[in-house]
Ligand binder design. Structure first.
Ligand SMILES: *[C@@H]1O[C@H](CO)[C@@H](O)[C@H](O)[C@H]1NC(C)=O
Ligand SMILES: *[C@@H]1O[C@H](CO)[C@@H](O)[C@H](O)[C@H]1NC(C)=O
Ligand SMILES: *[C@@H]1O[C@H](CO)[C@@H](O)[C@H](O)[C@H]1NC(C)=O
Ligand SMILES: *[C@@H]1O[C@H](CO)[C@@H](O)[C@H](O)[C@H]1NC(C)=O
Ligand SMILES: *[C@@H]1O[C@H](CO)[C@@H](O)[C@H](O)[C@H]1NC(C)=O
Ligand SMILES: *[C@@H]1O[C@H](CO)[C@@H](O)[C@H](O)[C@H]1NC(C)=O
Ligand SMILES: *[C@@H]1O[C@H](CO)[C@@H](O)[C@H](O)[C@H]1NC(C)=O
Ligand SMILES: *[C@@H]1O[C@H](CO)[C@@H](O)[C@H](O)[C@H]1NC(C)=O
Ligand SMILES: *[C@@H]1O[C@H](CO)[C@@H](O)[C@H](O)[C@H]1NC(C)=O
Length: 464
């Protein structure tokens, strides 16, 4: 049990909210792959000559390799200003040098990541995308033997009206066909095409119009982006507010509905997503409290039927999984635990009546989480309220608890994380700290603002 005696006593003295969860009756409702969670690096980091990223950093390479298997998406607003190997860029355009492209590919390969690159859709001629610069990059890529896992064309084209340079949904479909033609002629293995990377699913109809124009049959993964709000509006309270968390659900449901209508065989992905847009909120998006919006998004997306979630960002902004010193933020460890423990299929468990307790369950990822038998179940729960809660999961079954709490007295704005009461700190640059569970029988006491993964060898039929 993670709680100290004093806290446990305190919990017992209070009128504790209780909740019963039954994993055995929960139906399997979705499948996800091990690649469900990907990471992003914004093209702006290339513009800024990598900022503080250091490709020779053992620590950064360790943290990258520990997220395998994963997609790395390099894209974002600056993708539409990036030109390859051209020193004569003008205006807001910038040059990605051959050496920078080498470094990026090398980093992705060394990490064992699957690289997705977003091409500049604003290189245009006569109303169409001009693939000349992309072809130069693709020829060089083939010559070097680099292998991309996927390509995108443009970023948030629905916002281009502000730039007075409109790429209509049907034109984008045609432009992506052009991209596929040039990529196929230079690729030696299959690759994915993702798009349209619409900024927003509700207010602006771009995603819908793209699918309606046949885009869903052209791309392999239909993508849109999601942020809960602008970084300027963020407060600590909003990241553990049930209304904010639930605001995602109708957007995911809408995307799935349109997907079923126009392209039932095409997966829907959150192609770029994080807590708040505009780089993330300083001292909030990189802190403990951001774990609530991140975990809730992963769980809701998989439950509703999305097949990929690309986290903005691995590095960069206030929402990086790692910070400017290349140290892991709390969300790094949450992502690592999720990738290790959470598998497929997704189970639909009945939520309790306490809106502060959010509970999700999947079959355990027994390939990654070594030592667990097929049939195991991983429950993820979080208490977004300040009061402790008691959660009972199928009575006396032995539970492997991974209880998360803030790493220091800053609480919700702590930049560190404790697992079962132990501060997570890399022992050396080449190693993550051990992420070990504690065994427990009976119901679970979860402190206010606690999060937990719970693994049970449940011998659940759907998990074999
Ligand atoms: C998940 O995949 C398995 C194996 O392919 C399949 O039998 C099952 O129907 C799928 N489940 C869902 C909910 O799609
Ligand atoms: C980069 O551009 C120069 C001309 O400016 C050219 O000689 C060179 O071949 C280009 N490199 C690649 C990899 O395309
Ligand atoms: C840079 O110069 C090359 C060769 O003159 C030209 O093809 C290209 O369009 C120019 N690029 C930009 C971004 O102006
Ligand atoms: C690729 O990365 C490895 C490990 O970081 C490094 O040793 C090697 O020099 C890099 N190669 C290039 C061409 O950058
Ligand atoms: C969609 O974009 C518009 C315009 O930027 C913005 O006002 C609105 O809040 C966004 N909606 C969502 C759900 O993100
Ligand atoms: C959560 O946010 C909503 C508005 O977005 C607000 O009405 C509500 O009071 C907030 N809840 C809490 C518990 O602060
Ligand atoms: C953000 O946090 C850092 C380190 O905890 C602190 O030095 C800085 O003053 C904080 N900035 C703001 C605006 O809160
Ligand atoms: C999960 O179950 C609830 C009813 O308990 C139902 O409303 C919901 O549609 C189900 N979700 C999925 C993804 O099947
Ligand atoms: C849980 O119960 C099992 C079976 O009764 C027992 O073997 C085990 O020691 C108990 N574990 C703990 C941590 O109490």
């Amino acid at each position: 049990m993670a709680m100290s005696g004093a806290l446990l006593m305190l919990a017992c003295l209070q009128i504790v909210n209780g909740m019963d969860i039954d994993i055995m009756s929960a139906p399997a409702v979705q499948n996800i792959s091990e690649m469900f969670v990907g990471v992003a690096i914004d093209s702006g980091v290339i513009r800024d000559k990598w900022r503080t990223m250091d490709f020779n950093s053992v620590k950064m390479n360790t943290l990258a390799q520990e997220l395998v298997p994963t997609y790395l998406r390099v894209g974002g607003a600056d993708a539409d200003f990036l030109v390859f190997n051209q020193t004569n860029t003008t205006g807001y355009a910038f040059d990605m040098t051959v050496e920078e492209w080498d470094q990026l590919n090398n980093f992705s390969m060394q990490s064992g990541w699957n690289f997705i690159f977003d091409f500049n859709v604003l290189l245009r001629k006569n109303g169409k995308w001009d693939p000349t610069n992309a072809m130069e990059l693709l020829r060089y890529t083939k010559h070097k033997g680099y292998e991309a896992a996927g390509y995108e064309l443009g970023n948030e084209p629905d916002l281009f009206s502000y730039l007075h340079d409109i790429v209509t949904p049907s034109q984008l479909v045609a432009d992506i066909v052009t991209l596929k033609n040039v990529a196929t002629s230079t690729s030696s293995r299959p690759y994915l095409t993702l798009g349209p990377d619409a900024s927003n699913i509700t207010e602006i109809d771009y995603f819908h119009q793209f699918l309606e124009a046949g885009g869903g049959q052209i791309v392999d993964k239909a993508t849109f982006h999601h942020y809960y709000m602008s970084s300027t509006l963020v407060t600590v309270e909003k990241f553990h507010n049930v209304t904010v968390l639930e605001s995602l659900r109708p957007q995911l449901e809408l995307a799935m509905r349109w997907g079923k209508m126009y392209a039932p065989d095409t997966e829907i992905w959150l192609g770029e997503t994080s807590s708040s847009y505009g780089g993330g909120a300083l001292n909030i998006s990189d802190r403990y409290v951001a774990g609530f919006v991140w975990m809730d998004k992963l769980c809701l997306a998989s439950l509703i039927g999305l097949k990929g979630v690309i986290r903005q960002s691995f590095y960069g902004g206030n929402y990086g999984l790692i910070d400017v010193n290349l140290d892991p933020n709390p969300d790094y460890y949450i992502t690592k635990l999720y990738k290790t423990l959470v598998g497929s299929p997704v189970l639909n468990i009945t939520q309790g009546t306490d809106p502060n307790v959010r509970v999700y369950a999947h079959c355990t990822n027994t390939r990654r989480a070594r030592g667990y038998e097929a049939g195991s179940v991983t429950v993820y729960l979080m208490n977004i309220g300040s009061e402790p809660v008691t959660v009972d999961i199928n009575g006396g079954i032995t539970k492997h608890l991974y209880i998360l709490s803030p790493g220091d007295e800053s609480g919700l704005t702590s930049q560190s994380l404790k697992l079962n009461g132990i501060l997570l700190k890399m022992p050396t640059d080449g190693q993550l700290p051990p992420l070990n569970p504690v065994m427990h029988n009976g119901s679970i006491e979860l402190q206010g603002y606690g999060m937990a993964f719970v693994v049970m060898e449940a011998r659940k039929k759907e998990c074999f």
